[in-house]
Structures are given as structure tokens and as C-alpha cells.
Write a protein that binds this ligand. Structure first.
Ligand SMILES: [Zn+2]
Length: 333
């Protein structure tokens, strides 16, 4: 059965880890998702050649097992030129103008389709996931960062420069806020993403407000994970931290919905995987900030459909851009 379907190799290159999978044109994963750490040099610059060497045995084995591969889909955690596959700016990998797509193409002799991870995640949800059939939705990820991608009038929406969907970098409080990875100060991301949760947990432990967080800390350092552990045990300081995250995400996303009149927001990322109940909490809380009765009634906030939506999106991109699957999307937006 495997041999009859078109297969591709999908790779999701995150800020710390790489996920690899073989996915067919119906969105089925064949075998396991393989995980590996991103290879960095001593200057903390990710090594594209090292990533290719990690991919090599996986791609070769997939080609033996599934016959001719349609191509390789690359999803990368930064700004990728989907036309050329060039990594224009990937802060977490310290990449600026790295021709990564071309390098992967040269290494394996297969067509390569590269794009930004949030765009790919939205594409997967549209094609095979919970957003199938919707015409106006946003993909939203909360993890190390906070942001997403837009799907409007039945199309991916990249905007003028391809930077649309950066709702995590809307300024919330530049006076009391923290510096953001984008270069500004006080963006929503600096209040709600993983590092912000850990920082708030650290402050609570240091101030003596949470003996539990102090106890869960490792060498005096409170992690994001520890805050969620304390939260699940009802620790008042952790509950306050998470309630604040829910409130701020709700305020932020309500602005997106008030602006764009979306029907759905699909939520994913590391924080949602650790604490899926956030989706329901945000779904309830966002109604307080929505402008219209229609949005309060109709807006659906749902959890992502995949273990890693960006990985599946990288595959979706291969099948759509190679013409094996057809969509009214004009690629590569
Ligand atoms: Zn920012």
C-alpha cells in the first residue's frame, strides 16, 4: 500500500530540534517522527551542512522504502523565501541569507520546497486538519515564541513582505515590558511565551511567594515546565501566572478577530502541548474582549490536529507546489 501513494520527506527545523518524517499525499505519517538536536557551532550558529548530514540517512532510507520521493519539504522557524528556499532571517539559528533550500537540493537531487514553519502549520490545518473547509482562520503557536499565520478568503495570507501574522509582536507595554527578540520592547510575546512564564515563576520563587516553585526549581532556576507542574497542583502563584497568560493571549487574539472577523483560531506549540487546557480557557476568556455578538457566538478556538503541524505542512507544501494535490491557493504565498 505504501508504494502506491506519493511520499515525501518532511523536515521541521526548530530553534533547538529537528523533526523528520515520511508523509504521503493524504497526510498520513509512515513510521515514526525522528527527532535530533540542531547542530550548532561554538558561536551558536546552526550548521546547515550538519543538518543535511542528519537528514541524509533518513532520506536515503525513505527512498529505499517508498521508491521515488516527490521531494523534500522544509519548514524552518524563521523568515524563509518560499520562492528560492533561502533562509532570509532565522534568529534562533543565527542565519541571515543562508541558501538552505538550494543546499538541500544539491545534497539529495530532489525538488525542495522550503517555507516558514507557521505558514506550513496553517497549510496543514487547512488541507488535512481541523481548519479544513474554513475560509478565515489564524494559526497561533505558543512555545518559545508567540505568533502565527493567517488564512483569509480561502488563501494563505503573507502580506506585502510576507511578515503578516506577527500578532505576538504587537506592543503591549513598552514602558514596563521586557526586550523582545524582534528588537522592540514589551511585545505580547515577552509576556506570554515560554521564557516569560519561566521568568514570572522565577520571580515568584525568589520573592518567597511559592515554596512549591522554589522546590521544583533546578539549581535555583525555575523552568516553564516547573510553572506548569505547580499550576497542575493548584499552586496559587503558578495559577496567577497562567491566568495572566490566558488573559493577555485572549486580549491579543481578540484584537486579531476584531480586525479580521475570523471564524477559527487553531492553537499549537510547546506550551499548548504541555497544557492543552489553555485552549478552552482562552476560548472562554476571549469572549470578554470580542466586539460583536456574532463573533462571541461563532468563533471557535481549537487545538492543533497534529503532533507537529509544521512538519505535516512541509509535506502539504510539497504535494501542492508539485501539483500532486490541487488547491485554489496561489503558491508560494
Ligand atoms: Zn517583538
Amino acid at each position: 500500500m505504501n508504494q502506491q501513494k506519493s511520499c515525501c520527506v518532511a523536515a521541521d527545523i526548530g530553534g533547538t530540534k529537528i523533526d523528520l518524517g515520511v508523509i504521503d499525499s493524504e497526510g498520513n505519517l509512515h513510521g515514526q517522527i525522528i527527532k535530533a538536536p540542531v547542530p550548532f557551532d561554538i558561536r551558536r550558529i546552526a550548521q546547515p551542512e550538519g543538518i543535511i548530514e542528519i537528514m541524509r540517512p533518513f532520506v536515503e532510507k525513505a527512498a529505499q522504502q517508498f521508491g521515488t520521493l516527490v521531494g523534500i519539504g522544509l519548514s524552518v522557524c524563521g523568515n524563509i523565501d518560499a520562492e528560492t528556499g533561502e533562509a532570509v532571517l532565522v534568529p534562533n539559528l543565527h542565519w541571515r541569507y543562508v541558501p538552505f533550500g538550494e543546499m538541500v537540493h544539491q545534497a539529495f537531487g530532489l525538488p525542495v520546497y522550503a517555507a516558514t514553519d507557521v505558514r506550513d502549520a496553517a497549510l496543514a490545518e487547512h488541507l488535512w486538519g481541523v481548519a479544513k473547509g474554513t475560509r478565515y482562520f489564524a494559526w497561533c503557536t505558543i512555545g518559545t515564541g508567540y505568533g502565527g499565520y493567517l488564512y483569509l478568503e480561502d488563501k494563505l495570507y503573507g502580506g506585502y513582505h510576507g511578515f503578516a501574522g506577527n500578532f505576538g509582536h504587537i506592543t503591549y507595554d513598552e514602558i514596563h515590558g521586557y526586550p523582545c527578540g524582534c528588537g522592540k520592547r514589551g511585545c505580547f510575546e515577552t509576556f506570554v511565551a515560554g521564557p516569560a512564564i519561566a521568568r514570572a515563576g522565577q520571580a515568584a520563587a525568589d520573592a518567597g511567594h511559592s515554596p512549591l516553585l522554589a522546590q521544583l526549581s533546578q539549581d535555583g532556576r525555575v523552568t516553564t515546565h516547573a510553572v506548569f507542574q505547580a499550576y497542575s497542583q493548584g499552586d496559587p502563584a503558578a495559577v496567577e501566572i497562567i491566568q495572566r497568560v490566558v488573559r493577555l493571549v485572549s486580549i491579543n487574539l481578540s484584537g486579531v478577530v476584531n480586525l479580521l472577523d475570523l471564524e477559527m483560531i487553531v492553537m499549537g506549540g510547546g506550551i499548548i502541548q504541555v497544557c492543552p487546557e489553555l485552549v478552552e480557557l482562552i476560548s472562554a476568556h476571549i469572549r470578554d474582549y470580542l466586539m460583536t455578538a456574532e463573533a462571541k457566538r461563532d468563533l471557535r478556538i481549537v487545538k492543533e490536529s497534529f503532533a507537529n503541524a509544521a512538519l505535516f505542512g512541509a509535506a502539504a507544501d510539497v504535494f501542492l507546489r508539485s501539483g500532486i494535490l490541487v488547491s485554489n491557493q496561489k503558491f508560494p504565498d
